[in-house]
Design a protein around this ligand. Structure first.
Ligand SMILES: *Cc1c(COP(=O)(O)O)cnc(C)c1O
Length: 393
C-alpha cells in the first residue's frame, strides 16, 4: 500500500497552504490584542477587519453582518437559541426544521423542546429534498423560526433555500440555514437567497479547524452569545482568533475563485463514480443525482455492513465514511438515510465518498476497482446477503 486516497472532505478538509502562509505572521509576530491601541494591536485589528470584509464579499453580505465564532456548531446554536428567545418574547414558541439536519441543529432543537418550545420536523423525500409547500403548510401563527440546511452533509442534496426563504418572508418568520457544506463549495449569495441567518465553518473549505462565522442580516439583533468584552459588536465576547479568521477568509476566497473550474471537474468525477458503482448488483444512490454537491457520492450496497466496508477500504488506503463523522463509531444507522425512507438494514450498508480539488481521476479508478471487490467479499460472508438473494430469486 502506497498512496492514501482521502475521500472524506465532508468531514473535514486539508488546510490550504495559501491559508497557512497567511496565518503564520499572526501566530508568530503579530500577536497583539486587537483591542489594544498600539501598533501591534492595530495590525491585529486590521487583519480581523480585512478577514470580515473578505468573508462578507464571498457571500454578498456586509462586513457588519458577519460574526466570527468557533465553527458551524456554534453558529447553529446561536442562530436557533437566539431566534427562539426573540420569538418567545412575542409569545412565539414554535420552530420548524427538517428530519435530516446536522446534529448541531437537531440536538439544539431537542434542548429547546425541553424548555417549552414545540418543534415540527419536515419530512425529507426519497430524493433528499424538502418540499416548499410542506413548509408553507407547517407555518403557524406562533412560528418563530424555520431552520433548514442548504446542503446535506451526508447525501449532499441541495435544498431549494431561496424558495423556502421566500415562504418564510411572506409569513414574517425568521429563516436560518446551516450552509456549512455549501459555503465555499457552491455559489452562495445571502441577498439572493433572502435568508436571515446563515452558518459556515472554516474547516469545510480548506480553512483551519475551530473557526467559523455566522451571517446575521442587519436589523436582526440576536441575544448575546457570549457575555464579556466588546468583541464581535459586543455579542460574542472573547479575544479574537486572529490567525483563524485570517486563514478562514483566505481559504474561502481561494475556494470561491476556484469554484467554477473545480466543480466542473468534480461533477465529472462524481458522475463517473456513481455510474460505475451502480453496476454493482443491488446498489443504490442516496439522494437526488442532479440537485447534489459536486463532490458527493453516497451509495448503499444491500447485504453489506457499512463499518466493515469502511475498514476494508481503509486497508486499501481509501479513507471514506458511512455517514457523518458524528454517527460513525456508533452502530445506529444514519438518521439522514432513515429520513429519506431507507429501511434499517439497507441504511447500514452505506458509503459516503466526498471529494476535493486534491482528488484525481486516478483516485476514482482505484475506488472503482476496490469497492466492487470489497462488496463482493463482504457479501460472500454475509447471512443477510444470502437471505436477500433467496427472497429475490
Ligand atoms: C461540519 C458541519 C457542522 C459542524 O461544523 P463544526 O465547525 O465542525 O462545528 C454543522 N453542520 C453541517 C452541515 C456540517 O457539515
Amino acid at each position: 500500500m502506497n498512496k492514501i486516497i482521502y475521500a472524506d472532505n465532508a468531514a473535514t478538509t486539508k488546510l490550504s497552504p495559501t491559508a497557512f502562509e497567511a496565518m503564520k505572521p499572526y501566530l508568530l509576530d503579530i500577536y497583539g490584542n486587537p483591542s489594544s491601541l498600539y501598533k501591534l494591536g492595530i495590525q491585529s485589528r486590521k487583519a480581523v477587519d480585512t478577514a470580515r470584509e473578505t468573508v462578507a464579499n464571498c457571500i454578498n453580505a456586509e462586513p457588519r453582518e458577519i460574526f466570527f465564532l468557533s465553527g458551524g456548531s456554534e453558529a447553529d446554536n446561536w442562530a436557533i437559541k437566539g431566534a427562539a428567545e426573540l420569538g418567545a418574547r412575542k409569545g412565539k414558541k414554535h420552530i420548524i426544521s427538517s428530519k435530516f439536519e446536522h446534529h448541531a441543529v437537531l440536538h439544539t432543537l431537542e434542548y429547546l423542546e425541553k424548555h417549552g418550545f414545540e418543534v415540527t420536523l419536515l419530512d425529507v423525500h426519497k430524493d433528499g429534498l424538502v418540499r416548499p409547500e410542506e413548509l408553507e403548510n407547517a407555518i403557524r401563527e406562533d412560528t418563530a423560526l424555520v431552520t433548514i440546511m442548504t446542503a446535506n452533509n451526508e447525501i449532499g442534496t441541495i435544498q431549494p433555500v431561496k424558495e423556502l426563504a421566500a415562504i418564510c418572508k411572506k409569513h414574517n418568520v425568521l429563516f436560518h440555514t446551516d450552509a456549512v457544506q455549501a459555503v465555499g463549495t457552491i455559489p452562495i449569495d445571502v441577498k439572493d437567497i433572502g435568508c436571515d441567518m446563515l452558518s459556515m465553518s472554516g474547516h469545510k473549505f480548506h480553512g483551519p479547524k475551530g473557526v467559523g462565522a455566522i451571517y446575521i442580516r442587519k436589523g436582526i439583533i440576536l441575544p448575546n452569545l457570549i457575555h464579556g468584552g466588546a468583541q464581535e459588536r459586543g455579542m460574542r465576547a472573547g479575544t479574537e482568533n486572529i490567525a483563524g479568521v485570517v486563514g478562514m477568509s483566505v481559504a474561502l476566497k481561494e475556494s470561491c475563485e476556484k469554484m467554477a473550474v473545480r466543480n466542473a471537474r468534480l461533477e465529472k468525477m462524481r458522475d463517473r463514480l456513481i455510474d460505475g458503482l451502480l453496476k454493482i448488483n443491488r446498489s443504490h444512490i442516496n439522494g437526488d443525482r442532479i440537485s447534489r454537491l459536486p463532490g458527493n457520492v453516497n451509495m448503499c450496497f444491500e447485504g453489506v455492513e457499512g463499518e466493515s466496508l469502511l475498514l476494508m477500504l481503509d486497508m486499501k488506503g481509501i479513507e471514506a465514511s458511512s455517514g457523518s463523522a458524528c454517527t460513525s463509531g456508533s452502530l445506529d444507522p444514519s438518521h439522514v438515510l432513515l429520513a429519506i425512507g431507507l429501511p434499517h438494514e439497507i441504511a447500514h450498508g452505506s458509503l459516503r465518498l466526498t471529494f476535493s480539488d486534491d482528488n484525481t481521476e486516478e483516485d476514482i479508478d482505484e475506488i472503482l476497482t476496490a469497492v466492487p471487490s470489497v462488496v463482493e467479499k463482504l457479501r460472500s460472508m454475509s447471512p443477510l446477503w444470502e437471505k436477500i438473494i433467496k427472497e429475490n430469486k
